[in-house]
Design a protein. Structure first.
Length: 83
């Protein structure tokens, strides 16, 4: 069993999203329109109360598709939204 590394993520095509979990490389393509549209709606609805303090607590930073590293780059995740 080979162990994937961060360089494997760097070598992916531009249209691919890659994540590392327990030494395994997982890839998928960029989302299609229905997913991207739902993502945009969720992002805007979360930003008003949590980021901009409009009807909510504020103080959050809402980020689209951040690359999050765990365990010294052994695990790398790319969630749709993070706060």
């Amino acid at each position: 069993m080979s162990t994937a590394a961060y360089r494997d993520l760097e070598n992916l095509p531009a249209r691919a999203i890659g994540e590392l979990f327990d030494g395994q490389l997982h890839t998928h393509s960029r989302p299609a329109f229905p997913h991207a549209y739902a993502h945009s709606l969720m992002s805007s609805r979360l930003s008003n109360p949590f980021h901009d303090r409009i009807g909510g607590p504020g103080g959050w930073i809402i980020i689209d598709e951040p690359e999050i590293h765990f365990r010294l780059d052994l695990d790398v995740a790319v969630p749709d939204l993070a706060g």
